[in-house]
Design a protein around this ligand. Structure first.
Ligand SMILES: CCC(=O)NCCS(=O)(=O)O
Length: 349
């Protein structure tokens, strides 16, 4: 049995699972999303290049990926620190910080934020999508990738002694690439060795989550300790959703606060509203999946911060919980989604 068994590992060290409290299972506190810059539509070049300002906020909400400045969340540590104080005041306890290799993971910054604010912060091991893999990463064997991921959990990452407490978010594209498949295999092997939580970013296709779960299963992964992220922009049909839910992973709705007409990365997708997200949660609760649900905001661009008129890290606690209670999800079920399910997922076996 490992020393981490029965514990949760934060950037400040291992803690008892009961200390976590209300937990957002998918956020970013510092990162860059430059890998995923999306050219503005013809005619929008001027607004896209302008500094972020009040009169452009609606455009930015609709086109968050077409402004270089907006993609640099790593420039906003002071604003994020203030927001974490607010998050504590709103009753928040823990944030799982999903930034992995490729999008400027900064564990020393996370450690300082945890010290400054008292919020428990859990760092992520492993790799984001193929577009961010280095040539060296692409050439690595599954065994080498596994060793690196295990070391990021047991000894520390990025040349520090700060240890990750979860593997992921592990990035997958659609269609999935060879390098991403190797990282998934390494993830499953590392999970087998460590008994740790895993979180996945699926490609943008309704078939992606199930394909990824099958790949993890074939490599020996523990699906009951795995979160499938971003279901709100990935699976829309209730029948397909239930088919996927049967596979046994945690089901994550993590884009709360994000409402936009055109989703740049897949124009086929109608990004749901928060009301539709709550409806999806209520449907899954009704179908018996209340022990599998987790939620978050996945803040990964500046416009989502309250400093820029966004929803911030406390939106779920302040606005979405009352809505859930008004739409047939009771307090016990809310507590499962915000406290019990994250706690079970994050505790090392
Ligand atoms: C790194 C942040 C991230 O991957 N967020 C998901 C964005 S989206 O794929 O849901 O658009």
């Amino acid at each position: 049995m490992s020393a981490l068994s029965g514990k949760v590992q934060t950037v400040l060290g291992a803690i008892e699972p009961d200390q976590l409290g209300r937990t957002m299972t998918h956020e970013h506190l510092t990162m860059t999303f430059e890998c995923c810059y999306f050219s503005p539509a013809p005619g929008d070049e001027t607004v896209a290049q302008a500094p972020i300002q009040m009169k452009n906020l609606f455009w930015l909400k609709q086109n968050p990926y077409s402004s270089h400045e907006n993609l640099l969340l790593l420039q906003e540590t002071n604003a994020v620190r203030e927001e974490l104080h607010e998050y504590r005041k709103a009753g928040g306890g823990t944030i799982v910080e999903n930034t992995t290799q490729g999008i400027a993971r900064d564990l020393p910054c996370l450690k300082q934020l945890a010290k400054d604010t008292g919020v428990h912060i859990i760092g992520g091991a492993g790799y984001y999508v193929d577009a961010t893999h280095s040539e060296a990463t692409r050439k690595m064997t599954v065994e080498k990738l596994t060793d690196i991921i295990i070391s990021e959990v047991l000894h520390g990452a990025d040349g520090t002694e700060i240890r990750c407490g979860v593997i992921g978010e592990i990035g997958c594209s659609w269609p999935i690439t060879d390098s991403e498949k190797k990282v998934l295999q390494a993830t499953a092997h590392a999970q087998t060795e460590l008994g740790c939580p895993v979180i996945i970013h699926p490609g943008r296709n309704p078939g992606a989550p199930a394909e990824i779960v099958r790949l993890l299963q074939e490599a020996g992964g523990d699906i009951s300790k795995t979160v499938m992220s971003h279901l709100d922009r990935t699976i829309f049909d209730n029948g397909e959703l239930l088919e996927f839910a049967k596979m046994g992973s945690y089901l994550e709705y993590d884009l709360f606060g994000t409402e936009m007409l055109n989703y740049a990365y897949n124009l086929e997708v109608d990004m749901p509203s928060d009301s539709q997200r709550v409806k999806a949660l209520a449907f899954l609760v009704q179908e018996g999946y209340e022990d599998n649900l987790v939620i978050a905001h996945d803040i990964h661009t500046k416009n989502r911060l309250t400093k820029y008129g966004g929803h911030g890290y406390s939106h779920i606690l302040k606005n979405i919980v009352p809505k859930m209670l008004g739409r047939g999800i009771n307090q016990t079920q809310v507590d499962k989604i915000l406290i019990d399910n994250p706690k079970r997922w994050l505790t090392f076996k």
